[in-house]
Design a protein around this ligand. Sequence first.
Ligand code: NAD
Length: 486
Amino acid sequence: MTSAVTTKTPITVAKGDGIGPEIMAATLHVMQEAGASLDIETIEIGESVYDKGHSGGILPESWDSLLRTKVFLKAPITTPQGGGFKSLNVTVRKTLGLYANIRPCVAYAPFVKTKHPGMDVVIVRENEEDTYAGIEHRQTDDVYQCLKLITRPGTEKIVRYAFEYARANNRKKVTCFSKDNIMKMTDGLFHKVFDEVGQEYPDLEKEFWIVDIGAAKLADTPEVFDVVVMPNLYGDILSDVTAQIAGSVGLAGSSNIGAKAAMFEAIHGSAPRRAGQNLANPSGLLLAGVMLLVYVGQIEAAERMHNAWLKTLEDGIHTYDIFKEGFSKQKVGTKEFAQAIAARVGQVPQHLKVVRYSPTPINPEKLGFRPNPPQKKETIGVDVFLHHRGQSPDELGAALQKVQGELKLDMLSNRGVKVWPKGIPETYCVDNWRCRFLAEPFKSPLRHQQIIDLLKRVTDAGFEFIKIENLCTFDGEINFSLGQGQ
Ligand code: NAD
């Protein structure tokens, strides 16, 4: 064992469920042999904790450790099925403010089979917002809703992280994916902020793809991508796709970075069917361990660990999932794979690129966002959502015009499609109607009392409103979407 660091870095470790304990033992063994200097606190998470009645999958006292060390190496857990349980991952990410999820997806051809030799893509996924804000409601018999939240500070933080990551890691290009041709406000903001922040990085190439064609291109020619930044949901899906086409989801590690804390994990789950058989590939967690060492500044140990792992792959010592008959040299279990890596500490790969980490990793505290100056906001209308059945759009429109008062009923839409005035009979309508009332004359400011009075008239007329959304201008500019077909 080589030891270059004298002060031990306190970290919190959780062994998780399924294959978790085996891959964690393998990872910690290699980290130690590579000379990592860590003071490890172990906490219990996952199935056993859920079984004790803690719906979050983590004991209250475990938070003390996490808040003390602020560095978490976490093995996968088995997520219980059914309602009443909260996702541990989402809880930890949100509580510790881990806004950036970094997932490097690298091909190791010809040593690990892949259709894309040469690919080396880093997915930078926003980690706290989007539909993962978890705000869902059933509104009517027919309709369930999940709110997609994209914020300017959240987007600025993740986009700036992507550019800083690219710079610190000698990357050349940052690509942004979003769906702003459809979601012009939320995904439009993501694109806009990418363009704005990108101007601060003239040394880096920038490009934008609409996520559908971007995803197709990423799956087809991943070698043309470098760093790719995207909102939460697209990033969750596409990072698995990208890791899998690089060779295997079992090979990818990830970091979850916040301003003051970080969590490191494999991207795969607890693979319960492989548990307890000394079969699992520990590489994902092992590379997460490398990322942890870089994060805490133990660069040399990180390089020793990463290069020994690459050399082991090159030497054809493979776990079952990447073993190729006639090509791999030895099929090994989890433990033996870790031993083989430990035995190669100090060696570097002969064919694959030797890994060198930047001695000045990104300081997340230098990242962030510029406060947005408040703009002049005026309410100029309201969308009233009704739970309603039994009337055609024309009948409903006529009934609501009778209660519009000093406002003007502008349109009805159903599932976002304008159905009144001048809808077409072919549009299928569910029991949830958006009824748009605007101030008269258009764009004149409304008092909130006028909206309350409108709601009273609507309710008195026998309608059930589910919710309202105020329609606002910011510095005179309209900031709401029109109905499709409007
Ligand atoms: P999974 O990633 O656990 O496993 C899918 C398959 O991939 C396995 O059957 C196995 O064949 C293979 N595999 C995965 N990791 C491997 C490894 N390290 N070595 C060798 N083969 C490997 O996905 P799943 O079966 O959908 O999920 C199992 C459980 O894990 C579920 O309860 C799920 O909710 C949970 N999960 C947890 C996390 C996490 O804690 N971060 C992430 C994803 C899934």
